[in-house]
Design a protein around this ligand. Structure first.
Ligand code: SF4
Length: 334
């Protein structure tokens, strides 16, 4: 099935901050293709337009990282350099060459497809995505990738990377069929294979999952998401430059905590400077009655000596003596 966009590009792209119209769509495509020409990774399957090599790379790259594929791709091609050699091999030999890549169903389908190509197509690939999809193991994405890269059919591809780029570029949430339509509307028909690879490369290296690298993105001028990211970055810079309130001194915190744990505010309030109204038990734990080392001083001067046995803290007030608190029987200090 040939994919055609039912929605005009002007409507699809109206959400962009600098709306993409038929007028500036060429600038968008030029910008992306120029970036791709300058920055694309040198991968072995990009050095060829041979549909067999492109098809093989697309199957190997399914759910597998580029780095893991490189060696296997080279070894597999040395063993099976074309459709005919792959079709003539036994399944065991194909599986052995595939060893280490996992998902062995891909290898079996690859083998089946090669046999069908050899038997029904004289070892040659159909040139249209629509026909490629009839072969075993070739779905919509792989068919579009092979047709656009090897045969320059103007048809867009959508993988996880392209989907992420389009979602961010246009903003909002779009369904997968809508993403395919948007990708088709964006496609540069003069270089469909390179454009598709540029979109995938952008998603793999710039518009990455998590934090995209918008500052080096070649299509940021038209991206809906990018201005809000700039605003976020500006806001965080502003926040970083703003003076922060001074941290409280830890000693201050400990005093408050000590008061809370042992004396509690109710207990402190009941104390007085001259010691006439000393409480005899801690309202927090109730275990301090008659405890010899419990003294509570003036609440306004940050209290007194507290037993280390019940309360874990012992805080000596420098001004305990001013408050009229007697000598601490635990540590013998005032
Ligand atoms: S500007 Fe940022 S969010 Fe937009 S497509 Fe580029 S990398 Fe992705």
């Amino acid at each position: 099935m040939r994919i055609r966009s039912a929605i005009p590009a002007e409507t699809l792209l109206a959400a962009s901050p600098m709306p993409l119209t038929g007028k500036n769509l060429p600038a968008f495509r030029r910008s992306l293709l120029h970036w791709y020409d300058q920055n694309r990774r040198d991968l072995p399957w990009r050095r060829s337009r041979d549909p067999y090599r492109i098809w093989l790379s697309e199957i190997m790259l399914q759910q597998t990282r580029v780095a893991a594929v490189l060696d296997h791709y080279r070894i597999f091609l040395e063993r099976f350099p074309n459709v005919q050699s792959l079709a003539a091999a036994s399944e065991d030999a194909v599986l052995a060459a595939w060893s280490g890549l996992g998902y062995y169903r891909r290898a079996r389908m690859l083998h089946q497809c090669a046999r069908e190509l050899a038997q029904k197509h004289a070892g040659r690939f159909p040139q249209r995505a629509e026909d490629l999809q009839n072969l075993p193991g070739i779905g919509r994405y792989t068919a579009a990738a092979v047709a656009s890269i090897a045969f320059a059919e103007p048809i867009a591809v959508v993988d996880g990377n392209v989907e992420r780029v389009v979602q961010r570029f246009l903003g909002g949430h779009r369904t997968t069929p809508q993403i395919w339509q948007h990708a088709q509307a964006l496609l540069a028909r003069s270089r469909p294979g390179d454009f598709n690879q540029a979109m995938m490369e952008l998603g793999a290296t710039v518009c990455v999952p998590g934090e995209p690298r918008c500052l080096v993105c070649p299509i940021r001028r038209w991206c809906v998401t990018q201005p809000s990211r700039q605003a976020e970055a500006a806001q965080s810079q502003e926040d970083a430059a703003r003076p922060r309130p001074a941290k409280r001194h830890p000693r201050f915190v400990r005093r408050r905590r000590t008061s809370g744990v042992c004396s509690t505010s109710a207990m402190a309030e009941s104390a007085s400077c001259n010691g006439e109204r000393r409480p005899h038990s801690c309202p927090a734990c109730g275990n301090c009655r008659n405890h010899p080392s419990l003294h509570v001083g003036c609440p306004g001067r940050a209290v007194a000596h507290v037993s280390p046995f019940h309360h874990r803290y012992r805080l000596h007030s420098a001004r305990a003596s001013e408050c009229g608190v007697n000598q601490c029987r635990s540590c013998r200090q005032k």
